[in-house]
Design a protein around this ligand. Structure first.
Ligand SMILES: Nc1ncnc2c1ncn2[C@@H]1O[C@H](COP(=O)(O)OP(=O)(O)O)[C@@H](O)[C@H]1O
Ligand SMILES: [Mg+2]
Length: 230
């Protein structure tokens, strides 16, 4: 029996006359790795943002299940959604969105400090996650002094450090060459589903999607197919 961590139903979202989402039902199981695929403009990012409480859909609901029960994400205020994102979710984007003025360990520790952890302890945890992602010794480097793959591992560490139950990744390997992409995808899977967490990932790359436990395909704001990789 699998339990759902996120249940979305009837999601619609328009930007002016563009129907970015046109009625999406999608449930995410606890502990799965779900890849969302589809052509550019098919609504992948909008769906991810609705699931993660970044964007409020025009219609439909998103339920999030945790130890504390079910939360209707779509009914929360902006402030409550921002707290949910900080405490329960982790995010990895294509370019990492790391802060270039900060060191690797400071970037990771910042996520904990935003939740109220004192700096020294946050940096200790941060260094632990960097080590887990193969970056021991690079804690004091600024982001510009890291390779693309190393920087993406810092972003992954930052997404994990708060103990997020769901990690959302939008084209996390989109800017990497194929060998680095494969390494980073391995690190992302190990640190999420490998720890019993859930991963929801948007990708164009069939190789990346093929390492997930389930794939959904989007077209014109709808989920049009669902499959399990061979
Ligand atoms: N903030 C926005 N303002 C206007 N149009 C948007 C916005 N976000 C997305 N769109 C449009 O909605 C559609 C779906 O976009 P998106 O979800 O980003 O697709 P994908 O991630 O699959 O490329 C596209 O036509 C896009 O141009
Ligand atoms: Mg996108």
């Amino acid at each position: 029996m699998s339990s759902f961590v996120i249940e979305a139903s009837g999601l619609s979202k328009s930007f002016g006359s563009t129907h970015a989402l046109a009625g999406v039902d999608l449930s995410v199981r606890q502990g799965e790795s779900l890849a969302i695929m589809g052509a550019s403009g098919s609504g992948k990012t909008t769906l991810l943002h609705c699931l993660a409480g970044i964007t409020r859909p025009d219609r439909g609901t998103v339920g999030f299940h945790s130890g504390a029960g079910r939360v209707d994400v779509t009914a929360l205020s902006e402030r409550e959604r921002s707290r949910l994102r900080r405490e329960a979710f982790g995010f990895v984007f294509q370019q990492g969105l790391l802060i270039p003025e900060l060191t690797a360990v400071e970037n990771v520790a910042l996520a904990l400090m935003l939740n109220g952890m004192p700096r020294a302890r946050a940096e200790e945890y941060g260094a632990g996650w960097l080590a887990a992602l193969g970056l021991a010794g690079l804690e004091q480097r600024r982001i510009g002094q890291l390779s693309g793959g190393q920087a993406q591992r810092v972003a992954i560490a930052r997404a994990q450090v708060t103990g997020a139950s769901v990690v959302f990744a939008d084209e996390p390997t989109g800017a990497l060459d194929s060998a680095t992409s494969s390494d980073v995808m391995g690190a992302l899977l190990d640190s999420t589903v490998g720890q019993g967490r859930t991963l929801v990932l948007v990708t164009h790359d069939a190789g990346v999607a093929g390492r997930c436990s389930r794939i959904v395909d989007m077209r014109d704001g709808r989920v049009v197919a669902e499959r399990v990789p061979a």
